[in-house]
Design a protein around this ligand. Structure first.
Ligand SMILES: Cc1cc2nc3c(=O)[nH]c(=O)nc-3n(C[C@H](O)[C@H](O)[C@H](O)COP(=O)(O)OP(=O)(O)OC[C@H]3O[C@@H](n4cnc5c(N)ncnc54)[C@H](O)[C@@H]3O)c2cc1C
Length: 485
């Protein structure tokens, strides 16, 4: 491996956060090298032919409310590097077995109407203070909590009063099943019980994003996001080495900062900091199936056929029953499923007339069973005849997910538990969550705030922490790091 003799910052891992951290450091004038274990960049934002030739699957992320709405991605010319957002007709649908559905539409009125007359007004009132103000909400909710007061304190306080509630409490604002299920399904993106603190905040963010910025897909697959980030980084002078698993800091060039887009566990091992993340816990795993289909999914609900993302579970109590067992160590009989059907809106993903489709449910961390039958039984409730459309499946349980991306420890796609305060106090209680006990070593992955998702904000905040530390050091303030220089 050849290294630049003048490297100032090294980033380990080329996921969205690692690439964003590298871009921020390069934009600040540092020479940056990135080392990625896999043959391609992207981490959780990749695209591969997992099943049959011509079927381009996203093994992880597909819908990007927080990508299109990311405060830091907005500062980057990613369109110049090929990124095109494709907006499905509906960002999301939450169907019921009788063929009806609650929908998340760009238009609040369409969503409100789908919830029925008794809840339409309450839904509009809940969202009204935040509509048209995504940039402020996203900036303050996705900010590093240590970096000072929110920019719009009143709006943030108002959001916090609702978002701090458990989803089950938020759902009580509504009288009928569709609205309650809509809240539950959106909160179910986190591996948090619906009665858990901040699960309401997750629901609110997903719903608000749907109305304000949408839940778009990247044309050609999520790899396009990562390729755009990598292309921009290279033009800023950054270097990326793929196919290079880092096992020790000694393998890396001397540098002033080492920024880890890895799990906390890998950081402790590689940087030799065994005490830093003692007590850090991983959450439940995903059990994901990527399908090549002979035609579109035969949803009973016509609205589900218009949506990029589908929440498959039914009522709020069914969603809860589909989520809780994984948190308590067993696999659910009727899992709550997140599903995506990108080829309905992006024809580049599959041969003409054919489709790619993915679905995942939650299972316990490290679980070794096979959830395929339970997942397909659940799908058939909402899309009878689904199995007849299947040409091929790529099944990824916890072990396969972890083998594909070392950050998914035990199959935990959130890189750390998100239950309770762990969704905000990540990865451990520390004033600067991106710093470690070694002043030259930083963590920038989804294990840090604001947590999982393709938005690059953890990378952005970690890079700011690096630059602050380097500036302090230049001014003669801090201890010298034990590596590099
Ligand atoms: C099934 C699934 C579906 C998802 N769906 C969505 C979605 O629709 N929308 C969304 O926004 N998010 C989604 N996510 C979450 C999203 O993919 C992640 O939160 C996001 O990718 C985290 O970015 P990151 O940069 O922190 O880490 P990652 O994207 O995980 O990248 C980490 C990188 O570091 C590399 N690495 C790790 N260890 C080493 C090492 N020792 N040496 C060198 N390289 C190393 C890895 O190979 C990887 O490339 C999904 C995740 C999963 C698993």
């Amino acid at each position: 491996m050849t290294h630049s003799p003048t490297t100032e910052a090294v980033v380990i891992g080329a996921g969205p956060n690692g690439l964003t951290a590298a871009i921020e450091l390069a934009r600040a004038g540092l020479t940056v090298e990135v080392f990625e274990a896999e043959p391609t960049v992207g981490g959780g934002a990749r695209t591969e032919e997992l099943t049959l030739p011509g079927f381009r699957h996203d093994p992880c992320s597909t819908a990007h409310p927080f990508g299109v709405g990311s405060p830091v991605f907005k500062t980057m010319p990613l369109d110049k590097y090929g990124l095109r957002w494709v907006h499905p007709d509906l960002p999301m649908a939450h169907p019921f077995p009788d063929g009806s559905a609650a929908v998340l539409s760009r238009a609040v009125g369409e969503t409100a109407a789908s919830l029925g007359p008794r809840d339409a007004g309450a839904y509009r009132r809940m969202l009204a203070p935040f509509l048209g103000r995504w940039d402020e909400v996203a900036r303050d909710v996705m900010r590093a909590q240590w970096s000072g007061l929110p920019g719009s304190p009143l709006l943030f306080a108002r959001f916090g009063m609702l978002g701090g509630l458990p989803a089950t409490v938020l759902a009580r604002r509504f009288r009928d099943a569709p609205a309650r299920a809509l809240i539950a399904g959106a909160a179910g993106h986190l591996s948090t019980p619906l009665y858990g603190l901040s699960s309401g905040g997750a629901a609110l963010m997903f719903l608000l994003a749907g109305h304000t910025v949408g839940w778009p897909l990247a044309r050609g697959g999520s790899q396009a996001i990562s390729d755009a980030l990598a292309g921009y980084l290279k033009d800023l002078g950054g270097t990326i080495h793929t196919g290079t698993t880092v096992t020790s800091l000694k393998e890396l060039p001397p540098a002033r900062a080492y920024v880890f887009d890895t799990s906390p566990t890998a950081l402790t091992r590689i940087a030799g900091l065994p005490k830093d993340y003692r007590g850090f816990r991983y959450g439940p795993a995903a059990f994901k199936i990527d399908y090549a289909l002979d035609g579109p999914v035969p949803w009973r609900s016509p609205q589900a056929a218009r949506a990029g993302t589908i929440h498959v579970g039914g009522t709020i109590s069914e969603v809860e029953a589909g989520l809780l067992p994984a948190l308590h160590g067993s696999a659910p009989q009727a899992p709550y499923l997140l599903a995506a059907q990108p080829s309905l809106f992006d024809p580049t993903r599959a041969p003409e007339g054919k489709h790619v489709f993915w679905v995942y449910g939650r299972v316990p961390n490290g679980w070794r069973g096979d959830a395929t039958e339970a997942i397909e039984r659940q799908l058939e409730r909402f899309a009878p005849g689904f199995r007849d459309r299947v040409l091929a499946r790529a099944i990824s349980g916890p072990a396969e997910l972890a083998a594909r991306n070392a950050n998914y420890v035990g199959g935990d796609y959130a890189c750390g538990a998100t239950a309770g305060l762990r969704s905000v106090l990540r990865p451990t209680l520390r004033r600067v969550p991106y710093a470690t006990s070694d002043p030259a070593v930083f963590l920038c992955s989804a294990a840090t705030p604001p947590g999982p998702g393709v938005h690059g904000m953890s990378g952005h905040h970690a890079a700011r922490a690096v630059l602050k530390a380097l500036w302090r050091d230049r001014a003669g303030g801090s201890a010298r790091p034990s590596h590099g220089w």
